[in-house]
Write a protein that binds this ligand. Structure first.
Ligand code: ZN
Length: 491
């Protein structure tokens, strides 16, 4: 066995254990008995410490030193790129800091949930202060003197920089604010009306998932409080949620997770349980969920098909005709909550969080001033005043669990989805005719071929550029939004 073979065998076992940890977490969110929570925390904690030790195992350092990457084929070289990156991050972080972060964030998440329920910012700020302090330390340890925020972002979107991302967001923001103002100035379409029983919603969710190419032989669809996708390779599970007054919640959460799920299911099987066997970054992952959900799922063509199926399943689609149904699916509404935001508002939510957390990590914003900074920015970009903290600075779990640098990947995913949509429609001129019949095979085959099968083979920006034939940029997304909502709202 060469050092390369030894390292890959070790890595294979680590990846397999990571899949087990993911399965335990899936079980916890779906079918675990309520009384099992404390024991489950012990089980997950024990497995996480095994995984942590394996990721920083000194034998990896010895193998890495012995391997000459220049003699490897492109697949081997890509595997080494991932392993070297992960290992160098792992060894830069002092053991004590990682342990303290795990301890403080698990406490902070509980305090955040209490503070949000009580609308009490003051209850959350002291522990958030502690989390931000530790994240600053972490960023400094990882950054090698560079931009500390880059070091945090790198965990989710390798090679993306705060400066580039910030410059792109600054170009997007005025156009989005303008589009928002135009749309909100016009007449409001009616929301869906009716009662849509759970059994019908879940039946339709399964059907829609199959239409979008999700493979139930290698997956399943369950319910959870927050929809998510879990797993890789031959076992990729998705979840959704049900609100009997609002079926789009279930259906579009399903389509979103199907995008994530298909990405994982469609990766080249030869990459399974290797460093290339997962989606390459959070941004590229989100591009798949978003293009399924929005550019395909919320298109006029596909909603026409969905309208008929809703009528058949529920006896009533909740709207008078396919046009009204399409308008209800794409209803732009002024709301406080990111996860409920429409396509026009969503990226404005992200840009605000990106700017604020970059200032927190960089030290130019104090935690004590965060709420005021949030409310001022929200009033400017959304045209409404935040009415209470649970609708404002306390709404997201991310900061309490130390996820700084994660938010921008949501908007990057939307930008990538805009680019892919442009390329996809050029490649399949009759796409809308297919979608109108409920057929997405053409679109999903294109995405599999050009993005999904590559897994971690190419860096994030490169996989998008190879698929599209141009460097990813915000133009196609903004043009798509202007055209779609300009037409819908007649503005
Ligand atoms: Zn997602």
């Amino acid at each position: 066995m060469t050092a390369f073979d030894d390292l890959m065998a070790f890595q294979h076992e680590t990846e397999a254990l990571a899949q087990v940890a993911g399965r335990l977490a899936w079980d916890q969110e779906t079918v675990m008995p309520r009384g099992a929570a404390a024991q489950r925390a012990e089980e997950i904690g024990a497995l996480e410490s095994v995984l942590h030790a394996r990721r920083a195992d000194p034998r990896i350092g010895a193998w890495l030193a012995a391997i000459d990457d220049s003699g490897l084929d492109p697949v081997g070289a890509a595997k080494m790129r991932h392993i070297r990156r992960t290992y160098s991050r792992a060894v830069k972080l002092p053991e004590k800091l990682s342990a303290e972060l795990a301890r403080v964030t698990s406490r902070a998440q509980g305090i955040w949930a209490e503070a949000r329920a009580a609308d009490d910012v003051a209850h959350f700020l002291p522990v958030l202060e502690r989390v931000v302090g530790l994240k600053r330390e972490e960023a400094a340890a990882l950054a090698d003197g560079g931009d500390p925020y880059d070091a945090l972002m790198d965990d989710f979107e390798p090679d993306a920089t705060a400066a580039e991302t910030g410059a792109m967001f600054d170009r997007m923001r005025p156009r989005l604010v303008m589009l928002r103002e135009r749309v909100m100035g016009g007449p409001r379409p009616a929301p869906l009306r009716g009662h849509f029983p759970e059994a019908g919603q879940m039946k339709l969710a399964h059907e829609v998932a199959r239409h979008f190419g999700y493979d139930f032989r290698h997956g399943r669809l369950d319910k959870s409080v927050h929809p998510f996708t879990s797993g890789a390779g031959t076992d990729v599970r998705i979840t959704t949620r049900v609100d009997e007054a609002e079926p789009f919640n279930c259906l579009y959460s399903t389509i979103h997770e199907v995008g994530h799920g298909c990405y994982e299911q469609n990766i080249d099987p030869a990459f399974a349980l290797t460093p290339l066997g997962n989606g390459v970054s959070m941004g590229v992952h989100e591009s798949q969920s978003r293009i399924y959900e929005n550019q395909l799922g919320r298109s006029r063509a596909f909603t026409g098909w969905l309208f008929s199926r809703m009528q058949e399943v529920f006896g009533n689609a909740g709207a008078a005709d396919p046009e009204a149904f399409h308008a209800a699916v794409n209803r732009v509404h002024s709301g406080f909550i990111r996860t409920e935001a429409d396509e026009v508002h969503y990226n404005l939510h992200i840009m605000m969080r990106f700017d604020l957390e970059r200032q927190l990590i960089g030290g130019s914003l104090d935690v004590a001033d965060l709420e005021e900074a949030w409310n001022t920015r929200f009033a400017h970009d959304f045209g409404v005043a935040v009415d209470r903290p649970s609708n404002g600075v306390l709404q997201d779990v991310h900061w309490s669990v130390g996820l700084f640098g994660y938010f921008p990947t949501y908007a990057l995913g939307n930008v990538y989805a805009g680019c892919l949509n442009l390329a996809l429609r050029a490649a399949l001129p009759d796409l809308d005719d297919q979608l109108a019949q409920g057929h997405t095979e053409g679109a999903t085959a294109w995405l599999k071929e050009h993005v999904q099968r590559h897994g971690g083979l190419y860096p994030p920006r490169e996989v998008i550029e190879r698929a599209c034939g141009f460097a990813p940029n915000e133009g196609p997304l903004l043009d798509y939004l202007d055209a779609k909502f300009g037409a819908l709202y007649g503005v």
